[in-house]
Design a protein around this ligand. Sequence first.
Ligand SMILES: CCCCCCCCCCCCCCCC(=O)SCCNC(=O)CCNC(=O)[C@H](O)C(C)(C)COP(=O)(O)OP(=O)(O)OC[C@H]1O[C@@H](n2cnc3c(N)ncnc32)[C@H](O)[C@@H]1OP(=O)(O)O
Length: 175
Amino acid sequence: MGKASDAVSGSSDPDVEDWVRSFRFPESGSPELPPHHPNCLGCGPANPHGHRLSVRRCGDGVHAHHRFDSRHVGAPTIAHGGAVATVLDDLFGFLLYTVGELAVTRHLAIDYLAPVLLDTPYTLRAHIHARDGRKLHLRATIENDHAHVVTTATALFLIVDIDHFLTTTHQPHHR
Ligand SMILES: CCCCCCCCCCCCCCCC(=O)SCCNC(=O)CCNC(=O)[C@H](O)C(C)(C)COP(=O)(O)OP(=O)(O)OC[C@H]1O[C@@H](n2cnc3c(N)ncnc32)[C@H](O)[C@@H]1OP(=O)(O)O
C-alpha cells in the first residue's frame, strides 16, 4: 500500500498535516475508493454542501452513479454547470488512486451536450487516456439512463509531490 506521508516535510497547518499523515492509497484489488478527505466538496461525507460522490474502480478507470439535487440548481430543474464541473473534476481525482500518484488539475474542459437534470440518475465514467511523464491526460463522460452521453470532459492533471499540499505560499504560474 502506498503511503503519501513518507515525504512529509512539515506544515504550519495541523489539519493538513493530519490529512497528509493519514492518507493511504487503497489496495489495488479494492473496488471501493475512499473519499479524498471527509470535507471534500466532491466526495466528502462530512461536507453538507458537497456531492458525496461514491466512486468505484471499473476496469482501468472509475465510475459513479450520481443525482444532482436542489442544492446544485442553475436554471430551474437543471444542474448548474459549475456543479457538473465540480463532480467531474472530483471524479478525475479518483483516477489518482488507480495511478498511485498525487496530482492536481491544471486544465479542465467540458462539453455540455445536453442539460443535466436535477433528481435524475446519471452514470459517470473516467479513464486515463494517456500519460506523458508528469502529465495525465484524462477523459470522462456523463450518461443518462437511456445511454445518451450528456456531458464529456477532458482534463490535464499534473503529478505533484507531497509538498504541494503542505506549502502555503504558492506563486501563480504564467504560461
Ligand atoms: C497526502 C495528500 C493527499 C492527496 C489526496 C489525493 C490527491 C489530491 C486529490 C484532491 C482531490 C481531487 C479534487 C479534484 C482535483 C482538484 O480540484 S486539484 C485543485 C485545483 N488545481 C490546483 O489547485 C492546481 C493549481 N496549479 C498548480 O499548483 C501548478 O500549476 C501545477 C499544477 C502544480 C503545475 O505547476 P508546474 O509543475 O510548474 O507546471 P508547468 O511546469 O507549468 O507545466 C508542466 C507541464 O505541463 C504542461 N502544461 C501545463 N498546462 C498545460 C495545458 N493547459 N495544456 C497542455 N499542457 C500544459 C507544460 O507545458 C509542462 O510541460 P513540459 O514542459 O513538462 O513538457
